[in-house]
Design a protein around this ligand. Structure first.
Ligand code: MN
Length: 437
C-alpha cells in the first residue's frame, strides 16, 4: 500500500492506555526536542498487518484474543493491539478465516455484546454499524456470541487451526487459542492444530517507520527526564526526588505514562537490579543507577544512566564505569541483522571479564523493546527494524557500587543506529551536565 493511500485512511488516535490530549509544546520547549514524525499509527497499517497474517496462514484458520486481564484496568494483549490498535475492548477476538469464499469475511472482529449497565461504569460502547466498522478499519464486525458458529464453520472447511499466541510454560494457563482449538477438535474429526507461533513475534520484532518514530519520541521525552534528573541529583536530595524530577518531566513533555516503574537506586541500592522503593538517601560519594522510560503512542523507551551523587566520578568509580562503557560499545558494535542477543552478550561479557569483573555482570545484555518494555521473545532474530536494549552492568555489593548503562538500539540493514545516543553517557559528558545545576 502506498504512502498516499495510507494518509487517505481514516485516522484514529491509538493511545495505548489513558487517552490524553496532546499537549501544546510550543512554549518552553528546548530546541533539541524535535517534533515526532508521527503521533499515531494509521488504520491502513493495522489492515496491512492483518493481511500479512492472513497470507502467512495458508489455509489454516486462527484466533487472536484481546484478553480480559486487569478487569476494570483492562490491559490489552499486545499481539491483539498490534493487529488492531484497539486497546479498550476487553474480551474481543479476531478470527482469520482464509478459506472463506467471501473476501469480506476472511478477517472478522468479534466484540463483546453491549451491556448497558456495565458500560455505564466501564465506558460507553457503540452499536454495530457502518460507522463503527469504518472507524475500526474492519469490513466485518460481529458479537462474540456468534464466534462459536463462525469458528466451527471455519474449522470444518480448513481442517486446520493455527496457534498464533506464543506457547507458555506448563505452570501457566494454556493460551486461549490452543484451549479453544482443543475444544473444537473434540467436537469434529480431522481438525489439526498447527504451531504458527513464530508469525506474530516476527512481525512485532521488525518495527515499521511509524513504530520507530513513536519509540524515538518516547526516547526523546525520556532524554528530557534524564537531563532534569542530572540537574537535580546532589548529596541528600534523595532517590524519591530524582524519581519525581524524571517522571514530572515526562508528563510535562507529553509522555503518556511510564514504560515500567522507574528504578532510582543510590549506593547499595544501585546493586539491586529491580529496586523499586526509590526511598533511600543519595549520599555524597555514591553512584546512582537510574533505569526508566516514558511511553508514547503505546511504545516504550528504556534507558539507564549511572550518575555520581556529587557530580564527579571518583578515580576508582571512573575506572569501572569506563569498563562498562567499553563493554556497551562492544555490544552495540555487535548489533547487526542476523546477530543473536547471545552473541551481543558475549561481546560485552568478554570486555568485562578482561577487566576481571566477570562475576559482577549478573544479567543478560538486553531485550527487544516496543509495545512492551520486554517485547517478545529474546530469541526472536534481529532483523532490520528490530529495536533492542543494550545494558551491561557491574554490581559489587561489598563496595556499595552498581553501574549500568543502557541504550535503545535500532537494527538497520547496514548495522545499527543508537536511538538514544543524544542522552549524555560518557563520564565527562555526565559531569558537564551535572555541573550546570
Ligand atoms: Mn531494559
Amino acid at each position: 500500500m502506498s504512502k498516499r493511500t495510507l494518509t487517505a485512511m481514516p485516522r484514529r488516535r491509538v493511545l495505548h492506555e489513558r487517552a490524553a490530549p496532546l499537549p501544546d509544546r510550543s512554549a518552553s520547549r528546548p530546541a533539541s526536542f524535535p517534533e515526532p514524525e508521527h503521533t499515531e499509527i494509521m488504520l491502513g497499517e493495522y489492515m496491512q498487518r492483518r493481511e500479512r497474517v492472513l497470507k502467512s496462514l495458508g489455509k489454516s484458520a486462527a484466533l487472536v484474543f484481546a484478553g480480559t486481564e486487569g478487569g476494570e484496568h483492562f490491559a490489552v494483549n499486545p499481539f491483539f493491539f498490534h493487529l488492531t490498535g484497539i486497546a479498550n475492548e476487553s474480551g474481543a477476538v479476531l478470527l482469520f478465516d482464509p478459506t472463506s469464499d467471501d473476501p469480506r469475511k476472511r478477517v472478522i472482529l468479534f466484540l463483546r455484546p453491549l451491556n448497558p449497565e456495565a458500560d455505564r461504569w466501564d465506558g460507553l460502547r457503540e452499536h454495530l454499524s457502518g460507522a463503527l466498522r469504518a472507524r475500526l478499519g474492519f469490513r466485518t464486525v460481529l458479537r462474540t456470541t456468534q464466534l462459536p458458529m463462525w469458528l466451527a464453520n471455519a474449522a470444518r472447511r480448513a481442517k486446520s487451526l493455527a496457534c498464533l499466541h506464543p506457547f507458555v510454560q506448563h505452570t501457566q494457563n494454556v493460551t486461549e487459542d490452543l484451549a479453544t482449538y482443543r475444544k473444537v477438535a473434540e467436537r469434529m474429526v480431522g481438525v489439526q492444530i498447527e504451531d504458527r507461533t513464530d508469525v506474530l513475534p516476527r512481525m512485532r520484532a521488525a518495527k515499521s517507520r511509524t513504530e520507530i518514530s513513536l519509540i524515538k519520541h518516547a526516547i526523546d521525552i525520556t532524554h528530557e527526564g534524564f537531563l532534569s534528573a542530572m540537574r537535580t541529583l546532589a548529596p541528600d536530595v534523595g532517590e524519591a526526588a530524582i524519581q519525581q524530577s524524571l517522571e514530572q518531566t515526562y508528563a510535562s513533555r507529553g509522555g503518556q505514562g511510564l514504560a515500567f516503574g522507574s528504578i532510582v537506586g543510590s549506593g547499595l541500592n544501585a546493586t539491586v537490579l529491580h529496586y523499586r522503593a526509590n526511598s533511600g538517601p543519595t549520599n555524597a560519594g555514591e553512584l546512582v543507577v537510574i533505569d526508566s522510560g516514558a511511553k508514547f503512542g503505546g511504545y516504550c523507551a528504556d534507558i539507564t544512566r549511572t550518575l555520581p551523587v556529587n557530580g564527579r566520578f571518583s578515580r576508582q568509580q571512573r575506572a569501572i564505569y569506563d569498563v562498562v562503557l567499553m563493554a556497551q560499545e562492544a555490544a552495540i558494535n555487535a548489533c547487526r541483522p542476523g546477530a543473536s542477543l547471545w552473541e551481543i552478550d558475549a561481546a560485552a561479557r568478554s570486555v568485562i571479564e578482561h577487566a576481571d569483573l566477570g562475576d559482577f555482570f549478573i544479567h543478560g545484555i538486553g531485550h527487544h523493546l516496543g509495545l512492551e518494555v520486554h517485547d517478545i521473545d529474546p530469541r526472536t532474530p534481529l532483523e532490520p527494524g528490530a529495536v533492542v536494549t543494550i545494558e551491561p552492568g557491574v554490581y559489587i555489593p561489598d563496595q556499595k557500587l552498581g553501574i549500568r548503562i543502557e541504550d535503545d538500539v535500532l537494527i538497520t540493514s547496514r548495522g545499527r543506529q543508537v536511538l538514544s545516543e543524544a542522552i549524555p553517557k560518557t563520564a565527562p559528558e555526565i559531569e558537564r551536565v551535572m555541573g550546570e545545576r
